[in-house]
Design a protein around this ligand. Structure first.
Ligand code: HEC
Length: 284
């Protein structure tokens, strides 16, 4: 069984969590959810500036922050970014280009994804948009979590750095709102043999240790993907990370880019609205 080392009094933690859940239950919509989510972490970690949450655990843990800053001096994701830039520039066989598929023909669009697509009534992530583009120009789709997809999304993330995450409020459309609610429900549902929800680790226990790892806050989680994981020696997508956490609670992971993960990403990214896109990232 996983044991969480309590650095923070359970009573105060309970009060904040009850406040968060009550706010979200009574909430009029996603924007109230987001405000309650942000307020929870700000009350919990009053010394951490809001803009810092994009750095995951390094916003909370000063010791590992220094090691991470050293790693960032020679970014381990640079190779993926270069490969992604070359892929972005190469025209398809029929003359089409990736730039034909994105607003302003620019690669720096990370902050606008995922978005709810009215035409197909589904959540479109950046990875899905990349494959839709390829399909439009008669190209074989890339494997989700594969080298080329990770390289392209790493390049697009780098080009998007500094842009504030700008997900349209799902409340404006019933389909979008339903997708958002689905993602939110997934986030708060207990799962696996350990019976943990995402929130059990990344809200209630943020800052605490689980085995050797200190837990980051979910606020800011989607801003820096894909990431280079030094433990694995390769790039990793956000959905691969979701799958890793789901496996850790001994539940069966879903397919990358499944509806479950796309709606989860939609909810989580909306929670981070306004924070800066800062991918690609480097993590242990
Ligand atoms: C048993 C505790 C636990 C649960 C439950 C859990 N995670 Fe994690 N998660 C971790 C640990 C440990 C890490 C690595 C340290 C860190 O960055 O928090 C991590 C890292 C992550 C990261 C990467 C953070 C970064 O800065 O790159 C994301 C994203 C994430 N988890 C999402 C989720 C989601 C979504 C769920 C629910 C499906 C979930 N986690 C459930 C323990 C958990």
């Amino acid at each position: 069984m996983i044991r969480l080392t309590t650095l923070w009094t359970p009573a105060r933690q309970a009060v904040l969590l009850i406040a968060l859940v009550a706010c979200q239950a009574a909430a009029a919509g996603p924007e109230d959810d987001r405000k309650a989510f942000v307020a929870y972490f700000q009350a919990r970690f009053p010394d951490i500036p809001l803009a810092e949450y994009v750095n995951g655990i390094y916003a909370i843990d000063q010791d590992s922050r220094e090691q991470w800053q050293e790693i960032e001096e020679f970014p381990p994701y640079e190779f993926a970014v270069e490969q992604g830039a070359a892929l972005w520039q190469a025209p398809f066989a029929d003359g089409g280009r990736y730039s034909d598929c994105f607003v302003g023909a620019e690669p720096g669009v990370r902050q606008n994804y995922p978005r709810y697509d009215l035409a197909t009534a589904e959540v479109v992530t950046l990875d899905l948009a990349i494959n839709r583009c390829r399909k439009k120009y008669g190209q074989a789709e890339l494997t989700f979590g594969g080298e080329e997809m990770l390289a392209l999304s790493a390049f697009m993330a780098l080009e998007s750095r500094g842009n504030p995450i700008s997900i349209e409020n799902p409340a404006g459309n019933p389909g979008a709102l339903a997708a958002y609610e689905q993602g939110k429900q997934f986030y708060y549902s207990k799962r696996g043999q350990l019976n943990f929800s995402c929130a059990d680790c990344h809200v209630t226990s943020a800052g605490l240790y689980v085995r050797a790892d200190r837990l980051s806050a979910s606020l800011g989680h989607p801003t820096h993907f894909p990431v280079y994981r030094s433990k694995l020696g390769n790039m990793l997508s956000l959905h691969q990370r979701f799958a890793g956490c789901i496996r850790d609670v001994r539940a069966k992971p879903f397919a990358l880019q499944s509806k479950e993960y796309r709606t989860l990403e939609y909810f989580l990214t909306y929670m981070s609205n306004g924070l800066e896109a800062n991918g690609p990232g480097a993590r242990k």
